[in-house]
Design a protein around this ligand. Structure first.
Ligand SMILES: [Fe+2]
Ligand SMILES: [Fe+2]
Length: 365
């Protein structure tokens, strides 16, 4: 007797979405760069079970280099250094498992949005590309789930991430789907995968992130190339609405993500028998020293360091919305991070890397 059922205890109640489907009768290549990207994607397909060696045990010593994702370099404070080797392994393992679980759930969201894009975007080249991205995202879900299974256990999705995935899936506007997924979520993912891939020395994790990040840099390129073509065709009102959607998505990510991450980290420290108060005291008193050696990119974080430069490149970063972003950053992180005024804030933003695929591999800054 099979134990297969249609409704499982792990599934959520269905989410109603307002997607419209568009047939396109022109099958000729129309947007050259998207057609090229699609061809490149078909040539770059890989197979998780064949191309990665899953029998390798996780290398504990090398795993210690896996970044914790905190804006403060927690691993450099004196309390952290006083923890036992066992506690350090446990805290690193559990923190990474929390972060990788967010990557995993984000990949599931990306899988579903990419599949929606196949239906919703109006150009054949864009439908073709979204089809390859759907396949990529399925593989990403597969590899993150397999790695977490070896490492620890899957932790629940952070409410902020769930909110933005819901919003992107629910909207009936395909351009909002593109902005929510290809710019905000993919930008955040690309930035985080790059950091983890380049810093971790754990061989299996590094290898799988190399494959995933290579795919993600194509996904980002798709978003940029398609959206920057579409934006000049929009009315002022439609562009404003799109800018506001990007602002809302980015804000909820920064806002609640910071709180969610912090609460989770405190919980993990307690789980492994570390004293959160002693850790916080150590971080607070050594803050100036800890920050001195931190590279600029880490202080900026994914939204300022990557999402906003992408919006600017796509023509979705008017002075109006930049002023909102500046106000929000100043409120949350102070003038040291945001700058005194919107001019300083804009001047602080880096340019997008000249070659995202090389940037994500750490070959260029
Ligand atoms: Fe992905
Ligand atoms: Fe992606």
């Amino acid at each position: 007797m099979s134990d297969f059922t249609i409704e499982t205890s792990t599934q959520e109640p269905p989410l109603d979405t307002a997607m419209q489907v568009i047939y396109q009768w022109n099958y000729d290549p129309e947007v050259d760069e998207l057609r090229k990207l699609y061809v490149k994607a078909t040539e770059s397909q890989w197979v998780a079970g064949r191309d990665l060696d899953w029998d390798r045990p996780i290398d504990h010593a090398k795993f210690a280099t896996t970044p914790l994702g905190s804006p403060l370099p927690i691993e450099k404070c004196s309390y952290w250094k006083s923890l036992s080797e066992e506690q350090l392994w446990e805290v690193t393992r559990r923190t990474a498992s929390f972060r990788l679980s967010q990557f995993l759930h984000g990949e599931q969201g990306a899988l579903m949005v990419a599949a929606q894009l196949v239906n919703a975007v109006p150009h054949t080249d864009a439908k073709f590309y979204a089809a390859t991205q759907t396949m990529d995202e399925a593989r990403h879900v597969e590899v993150f789930a397999r790695y977490i299974e070896k490492l620890d256990e899957i932790r629940p999705i952070a409410p902020s991430l769930k909110g933005i995935l819901d919003q992107t899936l629910e909207t009936g506007d395909w351009m909002k789907k593109l902005v929510g997924m290809q710019i905000v979520v993919e930008g955040l993912a690309l930035y985080s995968f790059r950091e983890m891939r380049n810093l971790t020395e754990e061989p299996l994790l590094k290898e799988l992130l190399t494959y995933v990040a290579r795919d993600e840099s194509r996904h980002h390129a798709y978003g940029v190339q398609y959206i920057e073509r579409c934006v000049p065709c929009l009315s002022d009102a439609a562009r404003t609405e799109l800018e506001d959607f990007a602002l809302e998505c980015s804000r909820s990510l920064i806002d609640q993500n910071a709180q969610g991450l912090f609460t989770t980290l405190l919980g993990i420290w307690q789980e492994v028998g570390a004293d959160p108060v002693a850790m916080l005291t150590s971080l607070q008193s050594e803050r100036a020293d800890l920050m001195r050696d931190t590279p600029k990119g880490r202080r900026l974080g994914p939204v300022q360091g990557f999402v906003l430069p992408t919006l600017r490149r796509c023509g979705l970063f008017s002075e109006r919305v930049a002023t909102h972003f500046h106000g929000f950053f100043r409120e949350n992180f102070g003038e040291r991070v945001a700058g005194e005024n919107v001019e300083q804030f804009m001047a602080h933003l880096p340019d997008l890397p000249a070659d995202t695929a090389r940037w994500v591999m750490g070959e260029i800054q």
